[in-house]
Design a protein around this ligand. Structure first.
Ligand code: ATP
Ligand code: MG
Length: 228
C-alpha cells in the first residue's frame, strides 16, 4: 500500500466539501529528494491534496504516512510540530510577514524551532545567497519585486532544513523569466539538500523542472510515469 522507499505517501484520500467531492480516492507518494509536479485543471483537487499531505486539513477517509507514521494517529500538537520542523511551504504570493525584513522572514522557521537570532540570521543569509537575494536582507517584502519575494519565500522554506517542501503555484504570479529562475533555484537547492518537493502547478514549463508528473482529475491522482 505504501510504495517502497517513499517518504510521504497518501492512499485513497477522500474529502468532500458539502456535496462537492474535492478528493475522490486520490493516492500519491514522493521519495526523499524527489521533485513531483501535481498538475490538473482548476478545481480538480490539487490544493486539497497538498493541504492533506501537509497535515493542514484532515481527509474524510484514506491514510497519509510520513516517514512511517500515520498523520491521523498524531495529535494536533504533533502535526503542528511536524509541519514546523520537517516541512517547508511556498505559496503563490509568498506569504512573507510584511512587518519583518527579508532576512527575519527567512530566519523565522529557525527562530520558531528555538534557534537564537544571530545563528538563525546567519543561516538565513546563506540560503538567501543561494537564492541570489542576499542583498535584500534589510528590506521588507513590500519593497522587493514579485520574483525577489518568491526567492525569499523559497529561502525561508529551505532555511529550516525541511525534508519536504510544499509549493502551491509558486510561480503563478510571476512572468515566465522570473518563474523559471525561481524553479531553477528551488529545484537545485532542494536536490542538493535531498529535500522532496510537492509542486502544484498549471504550467507545463514549471512542471518541466520535476522528476515526475502526477495529474489530478476530478479528485483522483494519476501517476503519469508509473501507470499504463
Ligand atoms: N474550503 C472549501 N470549501 C468548499 N469547497 C472547497 C474548499 N476548498 C476547495 N473546495 C472545492 O473543492 C474542489 C477542489 O478544490 P482545490 O482547491 O483542491 O482545486 P485546485 O485543483 O487546487 O484548483 P486551482 O487550480 O483553481 O487552484 C473544488 O470544486 C473547490 O471548489
Ligand atoms: Mg489550487
Amino acid at each position: 500500500m505504501i510504495p517502497e522507499g517513499s517518504l510521504l505517501a497518501a492512499h485513497d484520500l477522500r474529502k468532500t466539501y458539502g456535496s462537492t467531492p474535492a478528493l475522490d480516492g486520490a493516492s500519491f507518494s514522493v521519495h526523499p529528494g524527489e521533485v513531483v509536479a501535481v498538475m490538473g485543471p482548476s478545481g480538480s483537487g490539487k490544493s486539497t491534496l497538498l493541504h492533506c499531505l501537509a497535515g493542514i486539513i484532515t481527509p474524510d477517509s484514506g491514510t497519509i504516512t510520513y516517514a512511517g507514521r500515520e498523520l491521523s494517529a498524531m495529535s494536533d500538537a504533533e502535526r503542528s510540530a511536524l509541519r514546523r520542523s520537517e516541512f517547508g511551504f511556498v505559496f503563490q504570493f509568498g506569504q512573507l510577514v510584511p512587518e519583518l525584513t527579508c532576512v527575519e522572514n527567512v530566519a523565522l522557521p529557525l527562530r520558531l524551532n528555538g534557534v537564537r537570532r544571530k545563528a538563525a540570521e546567519r543561516t538565513a543569509l546563506e540560503w538567501m545567497e543561494r537564492l541570489e537575494v542576499d542583498d535584500l536582507g534589510s528590506k521588507r517584502p513590500g519593497e522587493v519585486s514579485g520574483g525577489q519575494g518568491q526567492r525569499v519565500a523559497v529561502a525561508r522554506a529551505l532555511a529550516g532544513s525541511p525534508k519536504v517542501i510544499f509549493a502551491d503555484e509558486p510561480t503563478g504570479a510571476l512572468d515566465s523569466l522570473n518563474g523559471e529562475r525561481v524553479m531553477e533555484l528551488l529545484t537545485e537547492a532542494a536536490r542538493s539538500a535531498n529535500v522532496a518537493v510537492v509542486l502544484v502547478t498549471h504550467e507545463a514549463r514549471v512542471a518541466a523542472y520535476s522528476d515526475r508528473d502526477v495529474t489530478v482529475r476530478d479528485g483522483r491522482a494519476r501517476d503519469l510515469e508509473h501507470s499504463a
